[in-house]
Design a protein around this ligand. Structure first.
Ligand SMILES: O=C(O)CCC(=O)C(=O)O
Ligand SMILES: [Fe+2]
Length: 334
């Protein structure tokens, strides 16, 4: 399976012109052919500690986790118990903690774009005080790696490396989740850890433990397992890069199958996105002329506006947060 998901060593991009050219060629093939790869040589530290803290978070007493319930946050931040988040209308069998850039509480004014509700504070567990610093350190490191990787993807497409800098600078709207997939019930069929979807933004860097369960649709309805490569991030592209290249860059559909009974899986995806207010420009690359065009899902029409896309995703994923905190927006969309 390692041929399906290439392993790319980021240090090769800085190992002289020949190694760099070979790296960029492999990167271009990966982001065009499958839209998923494994990234090593990223120099990020703290993965073991973060996975251990993730496990400890989900072992906190349920009342402590519920204190951080996402239902308390108009900003879509906090803890969701198994079954709260929905993908294509069906409940996902995973618990999660949703985190975004740390901001003061922000209340948009009438007439402001709805997506400004995504600005606000995170909720942190009192019983695991180390978690906040570990996550802020992790997301700062991953923001840098993602930015380097985005520039390498642009270089691989023979576009100016800094072309997307104004879209992400100075404050990309990063999104981070801690995830716990409990084992399925003894007698049930493999169940929806997370349902079939594409990611919204530009790049996802996933840290996973050694249990596996992430699957990618290599063709319609044919899913293959993503192997566990110790020390690597699983990287995939989000819908905005697909839109910006008329489909040359692939945002590939994926899902997670719940672990076997008695097995717990932990993972932590980091989503690298534009600034909330940014619109995604078409990428100036000759490769788009070879592209087949974006396959639009009529149930999820995409626009170039990151904020609008992500807010639409939040409406679907967290309908209770919408009806509790944003009833006027629910009414407006009917
Ligand atoms: O947990 C995983 O392996 C993947 C999670 C995922 O695809 C997502 O949250 O968008
Ligand atoms: Fe995903």
């Amino acid at each position: 399976m390692s041929d399906v998901f290439p392993v790319l060593d980021m240090t090769e991009a800085d190992a002289g012109p020949r190694a760099r050219a070979a790296f960029l060629e492999r990167l271009r093939a990966a982001v065009h052919d499958i839209g998923f790869f494994q990234l090593t040589g990223h120099q990020v530290t703290g993965a073991g500690k973060l996975l251990e803290l993730t496990r400890q978070f989900f072992e906190l007493p349920v009342e402590e986790r519920d204190e951080l319930s996402i239902l308390k946050s108009p900003y879509f931040r906090g803890y969701s118990e198994v079954g709260r988040e929905r993908t294509k209308g069906a409940p996902d069998q995973r618990g999660q903690l949703d985190i975004g850039p740390e901001c003061e509480p922000y209340v948009p004014s009438p007439g402001d774009p709805e997506y400004l509700w995504l600005r606000g504070p995170n909720q942190w567990p009192k019983g695991l005080p180390q978690l906040r610093d570990a996550i802020l350190d992790w997301t700062a490191q991953l923001t840098q790696v993602s930015h380097r990787l985005l520039r390498l993807i642009l270089a691989a497409l023979e576009a100016p490396e800094d072309f997307l800098d104004p879209v992400v600078s100075p404050d990309p709207h990063v999104h981070f989740k801690l995830l716990h997939y409990p084992g399925r019930d003894e007698k049930s069929e493999p169940s929806q850890g997370v349902g079939v979807h594409k990611d919204y933004g530009m790049l996802t860097l996933l840290l996973q433990d050694d249990k596996g369960g992430l699957q990618v649709a290599v063709e319609d309805g044919v899913f293959v397992d993503v192997p566990v490569v110790p020390g690597a991030f699983v990287v995939n592209l989000g819908e905005l890069l697909e839109v910006a290249t008329r489909g040359y860059l692939r945002a590939t559909t994926h899902r997670v199958v719940s672990p076997a009974p008695g097995v717990d899986r932990y993972s932590a995806p980091f989503f690298y996105n534009p600034r909330l207010e940014a619109s995604m420009p078409d990428l100036p690359t000759r490769f788009v002329t070879e592209a087949d065009g974006v396959v639009h899902d009529p149930e999820n029409p995409l626009t170039a506006s990151y904020g609008d896309n992500v807010m639409r995703g939040m409406r679907r994923a967290f309908p209770e947060v919408m009806s509790l905190h944003h009833p006027d927006l629910v009414k407006a969309s009917r």
